[in-house]
Design a protein around this ligand. Structure first.
Ligand code: FE
Length: 205
């Protein structure tokens, strides 16, 4: 049987969507041509699903809360300040960190698709990739934040940051009141993914 015949004889399950089918087809071709090992792909997915996660971003935030000089560097050049803690690489090559204050609350999104800062937040949650979030967060941010359980006073300006192929954003949340005595590690344990995206606040337990 020729390669052509064998490919035609191979049936994909009907449940795969168009983009998923295309991805599978491209992966198969790259593996077949020896350009890629499929275990390498599995390894990349595993790293960002299970090993990275939002903990890296939480460490960055806790360091910024404890070290004003670090915070200045982080807001000036996110990519290199984040690299100081050993985080960086794919999907985090150009990081911009936006700071929440009593007057300004920042939220990140990608209106076009699902761009997300992988090295510090891991892979994006399903809702971040949904059309509903991507379209509504820019049109009616207060209503969307309300659905996340976050109600901000009208005096707080909400800024929505639209990620692009190059720039990825991370929110620097406000340090919670009453946390002055906590260590950097204790502070990091309070920082959630939602706070780093801007759909939540950091709170004391
Ligand atoms: Fe995107």
């Amino acid at each position: 049987m020729s390669k052509q015949e064998s490919r035609q004889g191979h049936h994909h399950p009907r449940s795969l969507s168009g983009p998923a089918l295309r991805t599978k087809a491209i992966e198969s071709l790259l593996v077949e041509k020896g350009l890629l090992a499929s275990d390498a792909i599995d390894r990349v997915v595993e790293i960002y699903e299970n090993e990275v996660g939002p903990l890296n971003g939480a460490k960055v935030v806790a360091r910024a809360w404890c070290d004003p000089e670090y915070k200045r560097r982080l807001l000036r050049d996110g990519t290199s300040a984040i690299a100081e803690l050993g985080f960086g690489g794919m999907q985090g090559e150009h990081m911009v960190v936006v700071e929440n204050t009593p007057r300004v609350h920042n939220v990140i999104c990608c209106t076009l698709c699902s761009c997300y800062p992988w090295p510090i937040l891991g892979l994006p949650p399903a809702w971040y990739k949904s059309l509903a979030y991507r379209s509504r967060i820019v049109r009616e941010p207060r209503a969307v934040l309300h659905e996340f359980g976050l109600d901000l006073p009208d005096s707080v300006e909400i800024r929505v940051w639209d990620s692009s192929a190059e720039i990825r954003y991370m929110v620097l949340p406000q340090r919670p009141p009453g946390s002055a005595k906590l260590s950097e590690a204790q502070l990091a344990s309070l920082v959630t993914r939602d706070a780093l995206v801007g759909v939540g606040l950091v709170k004391l337990p």
